[in-house]
Design a binder for this molecule. Structure first.
Ligand code: FES
Length: 102
């Protein structure tokens, strides 16, 4: 539900295939990405639901500190510069439910 993901926060969810992904809200829009850093293909967070940097401005990988643009998933700083997070397509329904889009 959208109310579970406040502005500039992020939440992890289990994917049907056993992987996890996370959703974050920015300026009223929701963005979802697979929880895999393009650098070493490890999960991004060290602490639960800790996907953003200290200023909650960018998505951050806890392993080597790569920063990713929230809207595009593009790596803008760090060892995977030029690569990007893999987007997960979601749909936000008017009842506040967030669903995976096929
Ligand atoms: S594993 Fe994410 S920046 Fe190195």
């Amino acid at each position: 539900m959208t109310e579970d993901i406040p502005e500039r926060e992020a939440r992890a969810f289990d994917h049907v295939h056993g992987e996890t992904f996370f959703i974050t809200q920015r300026d009223g829009m929701f963005y979802a990405y697979q929880n895999v850093c393009p650098h070493l293909h490890v999960e991004l967070e060290f602490l639960e639901n800790q996907f953003l940097d200290q200023d909650q401005e960018f998505i951050q990988c806890s392993t080597h500190g790569a920063l990713f643009d929230v809207e595009t998933g593009q790596c803008i700083s760090g060892p995977c510069l030029g690569e990007a997070l893999t987007k997960v397509n979601i749909k936000v329904h008017s009842d506040g439910g967030i669903y995976l889009a096929e």
